[in-house]
Ligand binder design. Structure first.
Ligand code: COA
Length: 485
């Protein structure tokens, strides 16, 4: 089996054994089995030598006594027992193993390190690939595969979507899944890597680059051990699809904390910065930013240049958006006389037809619609930040729908589509309308600064693709996939 074929078994196994499935509802091995059988429709084999049945499913004393083949084994027994279980998996012919158990390298004890070494050498001997130990495993909503052990009464799991999320931290990863479900962000594949004794970011990047379900790859990274391989994988993936990375351990103190979390060698932050820049990964500075950027890249095409058009109902927000965009290195160009006069013709006399284009609080739907059409067709801006105020009296509930329809039809006509991101600051009514717009494909952010950062990412990624000669190819693929969605 090729590397990718083995990795594929982590996401699409036909059968899963849960080694350490427990009878006790308060234990990890019980909840894991419970979560797995909730939606997964493949064969499930609980492994526990003390019982015949768990949660109504026949249990087996060990993997060897399972009658059929096992595509994936998820191990949740105490650390000292794990090396033997991995050996048993090898003898059974299991090629993909997830180790949930903690108590290995991350402890820093000679015993923990030794257990992990034994796992690695056994896995090598049998050609097994291992995710973990000390991890949450995987979540693939498309096929209902969930190897996490958190209580679903106290968290939600997101639906299928086109963003993959790889996390070195299990707990943070899970919290993000819960948050993503609330925010309406869909996930193609979630992987918690834990100690990365075998499968690491590079393996997953190499797989995800050709995964049709994944349009954007996001990562939470503490430290990368095999730097050269990682850089090589990044290089080959980022020209095909965007990779957004939240790298923790920016301070010396943070680096120290990492050592006791997953036992990773974090290394100098500045080196990561250089590698990310050199190989086209986009760095996010926090969780909000990670998904703000991922969302814009998953919904909108990248921009063909750095010129931002700002279309606003409120003057102050236009100014703040301009500041935010410029401080990120984007340009907010003056519009040509021709474009200004076109805008003047359709806007109210009190409107400002420059950039930002301020339609004012007296604007009606048609002013925003006509202005966005003039801007997108002007050839003078590469991306638009629009700032609607849904509470303005002339703005109707229909604006969102009409705005989206118009943008889509214009972009279908243009050689290079103009991406658009929105900023809508406000309360519950604004949030509700923003969600409707976002569901139709325009990412909406609660502040102009966040919208500007998302716009920056679309510009930055567009530049990377242009520099590498894959911009056109990416755009046509992106537009095709949007057309079929
Ligand atoms: N094969 C099959 N089943 C076995 C076994 C083996 N070799 N050894 C033990 N079991 C069974 C036990 O009988 C038990 O079932 P029971 O409760 O029905 O008796 C079950 O497996 C669990 O074993 P137990 O010894 O009770 O362990 P535990 O549930 O207290 O803890 C872990 C096991 C793996 C959950 C725990 O050691 C651990 O690592 N917890 C932390 C997990 C974590 O945080 N991971 C990282 C997330 S980011």
């Amino acid at each position: 089996m090729s590397n990718n074929e083995v990795i594929e078994k982590f996401f699409y196994p036909s059968s899963v054994a849960v080694v350490g499935a427990s009878r006790e509802p308060s234990k990890v091995g019980y909840q894991l089995l419970h979560n797995l059988i909730a939606k997964y429709r493949g064969k499930v084999y609980p492994i526990n030598p003390k019982v015949d049945e768990i949660l109504g499913i026949k249990a087996y004393p060990n993997v060897n006594s399972v009658p059929g083949t096992i595509d994936l084994a998820v191990i949740s027994v105490p650390a000292p027992a794990v090396p033997t279980v991995v050996e048993e998996c090898g003898l059974k012919g299991v090629k993909s193993v997830i180790i949930i158990s903690a108590g290995f390298k991350e402890l820093g004890t000679s015993e923990g390190i030794e257990f992990e070494k034994r796992i690695v050498s056994t896995a090598k001997r049998f050609g097994i690939r291992v995710i973990g130990p000390n991890c949450m495993g995987v979540y693939v909503p498309k096929v209902g595969l969930n190897t996490t052990f958190l209580n679903p009464e106290r968290m939600d799991f997101p639906n299928h979507g086109n963003i993959a999320f790889i996390s070195q931290s299990g707990a943070f990863g899970i919290a993000v899944l819960d948050w993503a479900a609330m925010r309406g962000i869909g996930i193609s594949k979630f992987v918690s890597l834990g100690n990365k004794c075998d499968v690491d970011e590079s393996d997953l990047l190499n797989y995800l680059v050709s995964d049709d379900d994944t349009q954007v790859i996001t990562m939470y990274v503490e430290g990368v051990e095999k730097g050269r391989e990682f850089a090589k994988s990044l290089r080959s993936v980022t020209t095909v699809k965007p990779v957004v990375i939240l790298k923790a351990g920016r301070s010396e103190e943070g680096v120290r904390a990492i050592a006791s979390h997953t036992g990773s060698l974090a290394g100098a932050d500045v080196v990561y910065d250089v590698v990310f820049r050199q190989f086209g990964a986009i760095r996010a500075m926090g969780m909000d930013e990670l998904f703000d950027i991922a969302l814009s890249l998953s919904l909108q095409p990248p921009a063909k240049g750095m010129n931002v058009g700002i279309l606003t109902v409120g003057g102050g927000s236009g100014v703040m958006a301009t500041d935010a965009a410029v401080s990120l290195g984007l340009k907010v160009p003056k519009l040509s006389d021709t474009t200004v006069s076109k805008l003047r013709k359709v806007l109210l006399p009190i409107a400002s037809p420059y950039n930002p284009v301020d339609v004012t609080g007296s604007a009606r739907d048609e002013h925003l619609l006509q202005a966005v059409e003039i801007l997108t067709r002007s050839g003078e801006v590469d991306i638009i930040i629009w700032i609607p105020y849904f509470m303005a009296p002339g703005i109707s509930k229909e604006l969102a729908k009409n705005f989206i329809t118009l943008i889509k039809s214009i972009n279908n006509e243009l050689d290079t589509p103009i991406p658009i991101v929105g900023a809508a600051t406000g309360g519950r009514h604004t949030a509700k309308l923003s969600t409707i717009i976002e569901n139709e494909g325009i990412p909406m952010y609660p502040s102009v600064e966040r919208a500007a950062k998302a716009a920056w990412a679309l510009c930055k990624y567009g530049q990377w693709l242009r520099d590498n000669g894959t911009f056109e190819e990416y755009i046509s693929k992106h537009m095709r996939s949007k057309a079929t969605n």
